[in-house]
Ligand binder design. Structure first.
Ligand SMILES: NC(=O)c1ccc[n+]([C@@H]2O[C@H](COP(=O)([O-])OP(=O)(O)OC[C@H]3O[C@@H](n4cnc5c(N)ncnc54)[C@H](OP(=O)(O)O)[C@@H]3O)[C@@H](O)[C@H]2O)c1
Length: 266
């Protein structure tokens, strides 16, 4: 599978206003030629653009405040890229959100938002940008999935299912794109300290205990692992030795055993 040279690429990062997405932008500064930063919070995107261009005034950073849960807003974003003739050759589908708690008491609006951002926006953006990459015989798609994609998680059911989609979808299109010059990778982190847990917490829910400290990987290491995977043409990366080991065990465990174990995890 093709490797991707980040030098002078034009990258679009969704969810660039915080956490892992913002770190991707920071690590791409000085390597990428230009960036398109997408998220809802305009002030955060402006702040990040200011930070990135202060160091290099010639670095082109576009910001595009967009609600990716809104189908029309995603279409507008694709239309804007076409009109502005911005040829994206690295798409980082990073925006995402979770919802902790039993599915039966979830807010239907929240469930829809999660599926729209984690699955629909990622798929629509990929579909829109892929033909250009294939025509230019150069491109990379980095889909930010999760270690939650490897197993059903009671209390995090829809989130884990959306991420199972992301990992599966990424593997399938990667195989379809063999020989085209376009590479696809999924990044499957375990716990990372970002705004994610706070956003996933329900207002009515009891405070979720965070996982053991040693399972956490820094935001810097997670973003670095994702960009390395793209540069090396790797299909999937789980940042951190312990998470790699834990997920290798999970992926080798037969489903009846996982089902049995899940009774104790509730
Ligand atoms: N942190 C973890 O433990 C962890 C573990 C595994 C995988 N992940 C995955 O990593 C990715 C990044 O998460 P993070 O940890 O960096 O979380 P985060 O700090 O909460 O950042 C999430 C980003 O997604 C954007 N976003 C959310 N809803 C959006 C919407 N409707 N429209 C546009 N943008 C939206 C947010 O921007 P606005 O709010 O400004 O719109 C923000 O920039 C997600 O896909 C997440 O599932 C995280």
């Amino acid at each position: 599978m093709s490797r991707f040279d980040l030098k002078n690429c034009c990258a679009l990062i969704t969810g660039a206003s915080a956490g892992i997405g913002r770190e991707f932008a920071r690590q791409l500064a000085g390597r990428a030629g230009s960036l398109v930063l997408v998220a809802r919070r305009r002030d955060r995107l402006e702040e990040l653009r200011h930070e990135l261009t202060r160091r290099d005034p010639n670095f082109k950073v576009h910001i595009r405040p967009t609600d990716l849960s809104d189908e029309n807003a995603v279409t507008d974003l694709c239309g804007w890229l076409e009109r502005e003739k911005i040829a994206i050759d690295l798409l980082i589908n990073n925006a995402g959100l979770g919802d902790r708690g039993p599915f039966a008491t979830s807010e239907p609006k929240r469930v829809q938002e999660m599926m729209a951002v984690n699955v629909m926006a990622l798929t629509v953006l990929t579909r829109s940008l892929l033909p250009g990459m294939i025509a230019r015989k150069r491109g990379a798609i980095l889909n930010v999935s999760s270690s939650a994609s490897f197993l059903p998680i009671p209390g995090f059911a829809v989130y884990a299912a959306t991420k199972a989609y992301v990992t599966s979808f990424s593997e399938a299109i990667r195989a379809e794109l063999h020989g085209t010059g376009v590479t696809v990778a999924s990044l499957c982190p375990g716990p990372v300290h970002t705004e994610f847990s706070q956003v996933a917490q329900r207002a009515s829910g009891s405070r979720e205990k965070s996982g053991p400290k040693f399972t956490y990987v820094s935001v810097e290491d997670v973003a670095r692992a994702g960009l390395n995977a793209i540069e090396r043409g790797r299909p999937l990366v789980i940042p951190g030795f312990l998470m790699k080991l834990a997920m290798a065990i999970v992926r080798l465990t037969p489903m009846p055993l996982l089902r049995f174990a899940s009774r104790f995890g509730k």
